[in-house]
Design a protein around this ligand. Structure first.
Ligand SMILES: Cc1ncc(COP(=O)(O)O)c(C=O)c1O
Length: 415
């Protein structure tokens, strides 16, 4: 279990800590499971704190960016343009200009509209931009609203053929391959295996039509140890007034997951000389982060903390993760509690039915797996942004982001 470094025990709460060693350990798992030719492009939006980006750039992997801001940040952190992939459903012209001028590795195209815009920018800048087409690998369940929203990204496999003639006319683009993304925090490798089949089949079709594609980008979705998407059974339990089943220790296992996917890749993609890439986010940084909050009120089975969804905006109806009381890890749990932030937002709830020892006012409550989609999605609803600390490999702690102050805001509000 992650414990809080001594020097932060008395720090003002709430705050986040990111552990560099853990990020590098996760990267090592990915690198050891997949072949050395596999490309890894860290999904910058997952956590774009500068020391996190510098750690990963120094470790030699690439970056996947989804805006001009992220592109600039990635370059600042040291990711070379030739190891940078630009992603997203809608790009502004100035973002494309910056990426084309930098001569980045690849653009993941989401639509013909964006293809035309990139073609126009590339031609104007005398450049030929390498592109993949993002395919909906149809791995989402057919029910629920999130899967329906996810289909706004990419194009269905059957629509690929219709894009080929217009793409051939776009002289500023070079179709290098296909890309996809099967959703985050996958509980089992099935969706990714299915996506590999879909992409491999389409790549074969493209080659038979004289498009010499050789690049398959499988996106993110690799799981993070200690966090899991809620199952339909968990959701049903919540509907019926029960708590989701607790996450068994050691689950999900990133290494096992990667082994299964790697075997499929070496069986089905390597013999076809298809170069494989991933855009891992959560699997690299999620379990490297802790959110530390203080118990400020207790009412029945509700524990109120000094930080909530402003710092942990991932819904407890989507993901489950673990929590513990800093001073009493491993102590016998007394009952199940709901964990709320301090705001007047009804949805300010970060944990449902969490087994804990009975806390006392002032106790530190730690949320595990707070390294992904938390700091980069944190918001200012009713409070200022909290500090983030970075624990380096050698154990030293540095301030990664200082706490925001009222003066900071007064400076950016025109008087
Ligand atoms: C296109 C794309 N690539 C990569 C990622 C990173 O996914 P994950 O954090 O599950 O690894 C995402 C996340 O939403 C994404 O949309």
């Amino acid at each position: 279990m992650n414990l809080i470094p001594d020097e932060l025990i008395k720090a003002e709460t709430p705050f986040l800590i990111i552990n560099e060693g853990k990020i590098l350990e996760n990267l090592e798992i990915l690198r050891s499971r997949f072949s050395p030719e596999t490309g890894f492009y860290y999904s910058v939006k997952t956590n774009y704190e500068l020391p996190v980006l510098k750690t990963l750039a120094t470790a030699g992997i690439g970056a996947e960016v989804s805006s001009g801001f992220e592109l600039s940040l990635a370059r600042e952190a040291g990711f070379p343009p030739e190891k940078t992939i630009f992603d997203g459903p809608a790009w502004k012209e100035e973002e494309l200009e910056a990426a084309v001028r930098a001569k980045i590795r690849m653009f993941n195209l989401d639509s013909l509209t964006m293809a035309a815009k990139l073609d126009e920018v590339s031609t104007r800048l005398n450049s030929i931009s390498p592109v993949t087409i993002r395919i909906q690998a149809e791995t989402y369940p057919r029910v629920g609203f999130l899967p329906r929203f996810a289909r706004k990204f990419g194009v269905p496999p059957r629509a690929l053929r219709d894009l080929l003639a217009p793409l051939t006319r776009m002289k500023g683009l070079n179709l290098a391959g296909l890309s996809t993304h099967t959703g985050t925090a996958l509980s089992y490798p099935g969706p990714l295996l299915k996506a590999i089949d879909t992409l491999a089949k389409l790549a074969g079709e493209l080659r038979s039509r004289d498009f010499p594609v050789n690049f398959l980008n499988l996106g993110g979705g690799l799981p993070a140890p200690g966090v899991r998407a809620l199952s339909s059974m968990d959701l049903l339990r919540i509907q019926l007034g029960f708590s989701p089943a607790p996450l068994p220790p050691g689950e999900p296992d990133l290494s096992d997951f990667c082994r299964v996917v790697a075997e499929k890749i070496s069986r089905e993609l390597n013999p076809r000389k298809l170069q494989v890439a991933f855009e891992p986010g959560r699997s690299l940084v999620s379990n490297a982060g802790l959110l530390v909050t203080r118990v400020i009120s207790i009412k029945n089975n509700w524990i109120f903390l000094d930080g909530g969804v402003n710092l942990l905006p991932e819904s407890p109806f989507f993901l489950k993760r673990r929590f513990f009381l800093a001073a009493r890890p491993g102590e016998k749990t007394e009952k199940r509690f709901n964990l709320s932030g301090p705001s007047l937002n009804t949805a300010d709830v970060i944990g449902l039915g969490i087994p804990l020892p009975r806390p006392e006012i002032g106790d530190l409550l730690v949320t595990e797996n707070a390294g992904a989609y938390t700091i980069s999605r944190a918001n200012q609803f009713t409070r200022l942004r909290s500090p983030v600390y970075f624990q380096m490999k050698n154990g030293k702690i540095k301030t990664c982001r200082r706490a925001e102050t009222l003066e900071d805001l007064l400076r950016i509000w025109p008087s």
